[in-house]
Each structure stands twice: as C-alpha cells, then as structure tokens.
Design a protein around this ligand. Structure first.
Ligand code: UD1
Ligand code: UDP
Length: 369
C-alpha cells in the first residue's frame, strides 16, 4: 500500500498547541507520511511550542513581519502555500482553528483540489466582527473542508445549520485537552517573581477587536483591582503584538504588584493557570483549558464561540467595560461561595482522545481500513 502524504500546517502559538497531539499521534501510523509545514505567522511564540513538543517542521515559510496587516499576511500565505502544495502534492492537509493561516490553507487547498481537514470546526458567534477576523476565517474554512473535526455537539450543530453535510462532521472533542493533559503531567517551575502569599490574577489579552479604547479600559480595571485589593497580584504575560505590548507596558509597567512578562512557554503557563486564583482573558484556548483546571475565567469579550463553559457557570463573559470587569472580579475576590461555584472542574471541550478520533477518521478515509 502506498503511504498517504498528510501535511499538518501550524501558524501561530495556539495552532501548534492544538495540532501537536494530532501530529504526534499521526506519526505513529505506518500508512501516513506526515509532513509538518510551519507558516510561522508567529515566529517566537510558534517556536516555543514546537520545541516543547519536539516537533521540527519539514518546511517553514517564515512569513511573520512586524505588525503585519491581514491583507499582506494573507497574500504572502497564499503565494507561499501554493508553491509548497504544488511541489508536495499531498493527499490531505490539516489545519486547526480560525487564524489567517487556516483560512489561507483552506482556500489554497480548494484551488489545488486537495482534501482539507479542519480541526476545531464549527465554532461560531454569528457575528463577523466578533471575533475579528476569526469568525469569517472559520466560516470560509468550514465551507471548504472535506472533514470537519468538531469539538462539541454545539459546534457540530452550527455546521449542520450552515448547510454542511452531517456525514462529513465528526465530533472528536478538542485537541487542546489532549495537549493540556500531556503537559500537565510534566514537572516545571513557574519562573516568575510572584508572591506566594497573595492571590494571583492571571491575565492574557490580544484580540484585534479590543485594540484601542477597550484594551485601555481593561488596563485601568487591572490597576483598580490591585489598588483596592492589597492581597492580590497580577501576572500578565504580554502578547508581542505591538498594539497590545506598547499599551500594556505604558499603562501597567509601573506597579509592583502587576508583573508583566514575555509570553510564557506552554508548560509554565499551564502552571500559572494552576497557581491562579482567577483568570481574566480574551483567549480562546484559555477558555477551554481553565475549566478543566477548575479555575474561573472572566472573558474580556462581548461574545464567545465557546458557550459550553459559560452554560456550566464556570466561565463568564464580562466584556471590556471598566465597571463590569471590576465588579465581576471583585465579587469573585469577596464571595467564597460564589467563587467555589465558578471553580468547579468541568471539561466540556474534550476527554484527551480527540487526536485518536481524528486519526481513526483519516485512516478510514485515506487508507481504507
Ligand atoms: C493571531 C491570530 C489570532 C490568534 C492569535 C493567537 C490572525 C489574524 N490572528 O493574532 O486569531 O488568536 O494569533 O495568539 O490570524 N508577533 C511577534 N512574535 C510572535 C508573534 C507575533 O513579534 O511570535 C507580533 C508581530 O509584530 C506580528 C504581530 O505580533 O506582526 C501580530 O501577529 P498576528 O499573527 O498577525 O496576529 P496576532 O495578534 O498574534
Ligand atoms: N499560552 C501560553 N503562554 C502564554 C499565554 C498563553 O502558552 O503566555 C497558551 C494557552 O495556554 C493556550 C494558548 O496559548 O493554550 C492560547 O493562545 P492565544 O491566547 O494566543 O490564542 P487563542 O487561543 O485566543 O487563539
């Protein structure tokens, strides 16, 4: 039997985290000739994750430029991906999520008539501006995929509502839980100078729709929270996007109980989540991981494509208004009963076997067994 060539594409930090378990699992299959293609839409943050999971890309497009625009990034990706796909002629291509890399991969597969498998398919808010541009990226990827690997029942239903054939949708769980469980087993110190006697609020923020005033409001709320709670410290690994970084350091860089640092490697970040009392974040991945670690998350967004944890009452949407962030965080700091309701461990996004299910679907489809 001929081996089937599968190209697994990774562009940004979260794609690498969520594709790593799929790549590692597919590499065990004798029928699969697995190639890893890094677009390097992110450079340093992608490399951090690839190193942790011991993945060396076979091809690297190295497309990242400082403060890149969506258009220049997309144009570069399409041109470069086309060259690789024509040279490699894969039997299938896989990509995860809703970044510009994923949208460009799906489109380039379509133009080259290559079957595309979408990992983490079917997430939707229904609003193309929230999150921007991710909602439209995943709509495009969803219409072009041959295999849709949906993390939850709700995601599968979103796809059916958009006219996707149910036979092409596979409910697998989210591979982020595979990654989280494998990394949680490892030892590793949280190498940041936080005070063990204080309650830790962990913060991440990077969404484009929050740039400008919303992000400034978030920073003001963080300052207010440390000022009014002497027993609280904030740890904030700052995303390298200049629209985030410059403002964060300008507004928060001067407070002894707010620790700004470079993006943490995945293992120390998981340890930081475990150590945190409370998490404030606009990240997609963090909304999935924190409930599995029994940590409450206040989501700094108006909408989420991940409603399951909100329905369980362990994640709450607070938006980006100063008053709302402060009052919700303060309630969690002051009310132990309310806190414990939000700190119950649930894992609506997966059981750690998503990569196994994805592998079995591809095995059946590509090798016929
Ligand atoms: C991107 C994704 C977003 C995803 C996020 C994960 C798009 C449009 N956005 O947002 O969906 O949630 O990644 O973090 O696909 N930079 C570095 N080093 C890095 C990474 C980024 O310096 O390792 C800086 C560069 O100046 C780069 C800028 O950040 O131009 C923006 O990177 P980009 O990938 O375009 O957007 P993100 O905001 O990172
Ligand atoms: N993460 C990390 N280091 C950090 C911040 C986040 O490893 O300093 C991890 C986090 O655990 C999650 C992923 O990065 O798995 C989320 O990435 P990000 O927030 O950049 O993107 P999103 O999930 O919003 O697309």
């Amino acid at each position: 039997m001929y081996m089937k060539k599968i190209i697994c594409v990774v562009g940004t930090r979260p794609e690498a985290i969520k594709m790593a378990p799929v790549i590692q699992r597919l590499l065990k299959e004798s029928w699969a000739d697995v190639k890893v293609l890094a677009t390097a839409q992110h450079r340093q943050m992608l490399d951090q994750v690839l190193k942790l999971f011991k993945i060396t890309p076979d091809r690297d497009l190295n497309v990242m430029a400082p403060n890149q625009t969506l258009v220049s990034l997309t144009a570069k990706l399409l041109t470069e991906l086309d060259i690789v796909f024509k040279e490699e002629r894969p039997d299938a291509v896989l990509a995860q999520g809703d970044t510009t890399t994923v949208m460009a991969v799906a489109l380039c597969c379509f133009y080259n008539r290559i079957p595309f498998g979408h990992v983490e398919a079917g997430l939707r808010t229904g609003d193309i501006w929230n999150p921007y541009p991710e909602e439209m990226n995943r709509v495009v990827a969803g219409h072009l995929a041959k295999w849709h690997f949906a993390p939850t029942d709700g995601a599968s239903q979103n796809l059916v509502r958009q006219g996707i054939s149910p036979e092409s949708i596979y409910m697998t769980g989210n591979t982020v839980i595979d990654a989280l469980l494998s990394v949680s087993k490892k030892e590793g110190a949280l190498d940041v100078p936080i005070n063990d006697n204080k309650r830790l609020i962990l913060v991440t923020s990077h969404r484009r729709e929050n740039f400008g005033k919303p992000f400034e409001e978030i920073c003001r709320a963080l300052l207010h929270l440390v000022k009014n709670n002497q027993d609280v410290e904030i740890l904030y690994p700052v995303h390298p996007n200049p629209n985030v970084r410059e403002v964060a350091y300008k507004l928060l860089g001067d407070n002894s109980r707010i620790h700004l640092c470079e993006p943490l490697d995945y293992l120390p970040f998981v340890n930081a989540m475990k150590r945190a009392y409370l998490i404030l974040s606009d990240s997609g991945g963090v909304q999935e991981e924190a409930p599995a670690l029994a940590k409450p998350v206040l989501v700094l967004r108006r909408e989420t494509e991940r409603p399951e944890a909100v329905d369980y009452g362990v994640v709450k949407l607070v938006g980006t208004d100063f008053e709302d962030i402060v009052s919700e965080a303060q309630r969690l700091l002051d009310d132990p009963e309310y806190y414990s309701q939000m700190a119950k461990g649930v894992s609506p996004y997966g059981d750690g076997f998503a990569s196994e299910r994805i592998t079995q679907v591809l095995k059946q489809a590509l090798s016929g067994s």
